[in-house]
Design a protein around this ligand. Structure first.
Ligand SMILES: Cc1cc2nc3c(=O)[nH]c(=O)nc-3n(C[C@H](O)[C@H](O)[C@H](O)COP(=O)(O)OP(=O)(O)OC[C@H]3O[C@@H](n4cnc5c(N)ncnc54)[C@H](O)[C@@H]3O)c2cc1C
Ligand code: FES
Length: 290
């Protein structure tokens, strides 16, 4: 069992957990993820290791509640334990000294880009960070990312904070000022990673994206996370999760990720109904864990 040592709500539906997982913490490198199971009825879901402390034996995970398992996770509190935390999985992110590098985080992808941005900064890069969110209340890790970035920009879809527009608008603006950017890392919704890759391709700027296909075992055995990159089949869990954004078949990834949408929605609705059936919070949590 892996004890949750602390829990913090970062934004609406986005929760940060510090979890005691000493073996994972000891081996973690930027870009790695874990596969967790909240309890023995729970599904396995992959989550990026956003930070770790080898001495304290802890890892930090940040999850956005979008379905049954992430909701179940969000109901856990400090003092509760996760049944499984398997990892670190996936390849560490390739970290180069580009001179100037731009890290782009969209939504909860901002949490995933944080360890990579830190590693790139530590490798001697000038770090430019662009964070995109739908609205001001959904911007996360601003203090942390501002703290390590040489330049930091926010875009919101509704203009409630930072620049009104998309991360690609901010990237375009920055490149007009400083065309010497040689590397871009983009993590967020698939459509955002596609837009960034389409934008940088004609400019010849190396672009890494972190793919989020459905994963089951996370060790290359089941094939669930199959993606096409440069016309070749890759398994995101063992060959990625980062890939050259200019070679990824994003359309296929979007289609595959929608495969179980109806079932996922039905399962989430059922779960919420069960929770609503229990008015008292602690009873609801017991029901969730049952
Ligand atoms: C390598 C990797 C790292 C990730 N890191 C983070 C992170 O740090 N924070 C975060 O909030 N999310 C992260 N995700 C996405 C997260 O795993 C999904 O949001 C989660 O699995 C949804 O499960 P659910 O039961 O709550 O939702 P569901 O309703 O079951 O599914 C909603 C959507 O989530 C995706 N999804 C569902 N099951 C899985 C699965 N087993 N594997 C992958 N995707 C799935 C699908 O696109 C699906 O349509 C990551 C995904 C991958 C592949
Ligand atoms: S998750 Fe099974 S092969 Fe990648």
């Amino acid at each position: 069992m892996f004890e949750i040592l602390s829990k913090e709500n970062l934004a609406q539906s986005v929760t940060k957990f510090v979890v005691h997982a000493p073996y994972v913490a000891r081996k973690h490198k930027a870009g790695n993820f874990v596969i967790i199971r909240v309890n023995d009825h729970g599904e396995r879901i992959p989550l990026t290791i956003c930070d770790s402390d080898a001495e304290a034996g802890t890892i930090t995970i940040i999850a956005q509640t979008i379905g049954k398992t992430t909701k179940l996770l969000s109901l856990q509190n400090a003092g509760d334990s996760l049944l499984d935390v398997a990892g670190p999985l996936g390849n560490p992110t390739p970290i180069h000294n580009f001179g100037t590098v731009v890290c782009i985080g969209g939504g909860v992808g901002t949490a995933e880009v944080f360890p990579i941005a830190t590693a790139l900064k530590n490798a001697g890069n000038k770090l430019v960070t662009i964070v995109g969110a739908r609205t001001k209340d959904l911007v996360i890790l601003e203090k942390e990312l501002r703290g390590i970035s040489d330049e930091y920009f926010i875009t919101t879809d509704d203009g409630s904070y930072g620049m009104k527009g998309l991360v690609t608008n901010a990237l375009d603006n920055y490149l007009k000022k400083d065309p010497n950017v040689k590397g871009v890392y983009a993590i967020g919704p698939i459509i955002m990673m596609k837009a960034v890759s389409d934008f940088t391709k004609p400019l010849g700027i190396s672009t890494y994206v972190s793919l989020n296909p459905i994963m089951m075992d996370g060790t290359g055995m089941c094939g669930a996370c199959r993606v096409s990159v440069g016309g070749e089949t890759k398994f995101a869990c063992v060959d990625g999760p980062e890939f050259d954004g200019h070679k990824v078949d994003f359309e296929e990834l979007m289609t595959r990720n929608r495969s179980y949408m109806d079932l996922e929605k039905a399962s989430f609705d059922r779960f919420n109904e069960e929770l609503e059936g229990h008015s008292c919070g602690s009873v609801a949590k017991e029901a969730a864990n049952a």
